[in-house]
Design a binder for this molecule. Structure first.
Ligand code: GLY
Length: 370
């Protein structure tokens, strides 16, 4: 299916979701339906539903999407003070940032800066990292996608301490859970007394020392975003190291298994289980990285890989357009295998990054789809 047709399908699915369940922020589907009874684990995905509405408005100019986007963004405003999650970048950069960029309203700017300040309060001076939501001794690779809101707040407010904290987190992450070959661990555990890095760990990957696909995608895209905000080549180097691993290990169809160490001959969920959301995140990140790298050859490779993934994701094997009753956009995502939450389902961040990547490709006329 052409990318623009896939985006139109995405708009219909989101419109149906908000009609069916007004003011509800689901995280994953159960048997293709958004109203889930399972736990959240952590409440981190509201910005993706509202963020899709902003993407739809920005691409089409449709005022209805803007009204919906403003309404759903406003429902998230109180989260600027939320100290229970490490996800304030996901929540606010996809909502209040596009809103502020369109309107220039000071209040929206203030919310963004406050969200950056709140996230920065997670900084552990011993160890030099932003603690994850699970424990003070824990650093997650996912935080690389959220630390950009601290850089944003630092740049906009001129607060050097915010920049210090954000830079230190990126460097600690690079030096502990990004490996020399560009793969990543999900979690790092630190000694709270000395701040010393102790070991790799995981919650959502196959094993502490495995290569969880979504974590790698978060790192690739996160360091690329940090490079965009800082201009520091050391950040570009990490993103390109992640990208090299991604390109070298991605299956021919452009969609990874949930963990690069999963046994492709074993049954799902721990074996041959595809993870479409990791594919969508990496595709969106690679489209940006293609504009940042200093190597024309690598730019071409990043773009081609992103389009290979998107071309696969817009087929009916992944796009739910020909799956009657499926309420999501993209099938075959995975949230949390060990907890059996959202496995082989639609997941809200998969929806968002798929829409974001398709929009980038469509706007830049990069489509390779027929
Ligand atoms: N906790 C973030 C993720 O599932 O990727």
């Amino acid at each position: 299916m052409p990318y623009t047709a896939a985006l139109e399908f995405a708009q219909r699915q989101v419109a149906a979701l908000i009609e069916r369940h007004p003011d509800y922020f689901p995280i994953y589907t159960e048997c293709g339906r958004w109203r889930h009874g399972g736990e959240l684990w952590t409440d981190w995905t509201g910005g993706f539903l509202a963020g899709m509405m902003w993407q739809f408005h920005l691409r089409t100019g449709d005022p209805t999407w803007r009204e919906r986007a403003e309404h759903y963004s406003r429902l998230l405003e109180h989260r600027q003070h939320d100290r229970n999650v490490h996800d304030l970048g996901f929540i606010f950069l996809n909502t209040y940032l596009p809103w502020y960029e369109l309107s220039g309203e000071k209040h929206l700017h203030d919310v963004l800066i406050q969200a950056g300040r709140t996230l920065a309060m997670r900084f552990q001076e011993r160890g030099h990292y932003l603690r994850s939501f699970v424990a003070p001794e824990s650093l997650f690779i996912d935080i690389m996608m959220n630390v950009p809101i601290i850089f944003y707040a630092a740049n906009e407010s001129g607060d050097d301490d915010l920049r210090r904290v954000a830079l230190a987190h990126c460097r600690t992450t690079r030096d502990t859970i990004v490996r020399p070959d560009g793969s990543t661990a999900h979690e790092g555990i630190f000694d709270l007394e000395t701040g010393k890095f102790l070991r790799e760990s995981t919650h959502q990957g196959l094993a502490a020392n495995s290569r969880w696909a979504r974590g790698l995608a978060w790192s690739l895209y996160g360091y690329s975003k940090v490079y965009a905000l800082t201009g520091l080549d050391e950040m570009l180097e990490v993103s390109e190291r992640n990208a090299r691993f991604w390109l070298d290990h991605l299956p021919a169809d452009g969609v990874p298994l949930w963990d690069f160490d999963a046994d492709s001959t074993a049954p799902p969920p721990r074996g041959a289980q595809k993870e479409s959301s990791a594919g969508a995140i990496a595709a969106s990140g690679l489209l940006d990285l293609a504009t940042q790298t200093k190597s024309p050859d690598r730019a071409k490779a990043y773009r081609e890989t992103a389009l290979r993934t998107l071309d696969r994701l817009v087929t009916p094997d992944y796009l739910a357009s020909e799956t009657p009753g499926w309420e999501g956009i993209l099938k075959h995502g995975v949230y949390h295998t060990a907890k059996n939450l959202g496995v082989d389902e639609s997941v809200m961040w998969g929806e968002f990054f798929f829409v974001e990547a398709l929009t980038k490709a469509a706007v830049r006329s990069l489509t390779t789809s027929p």
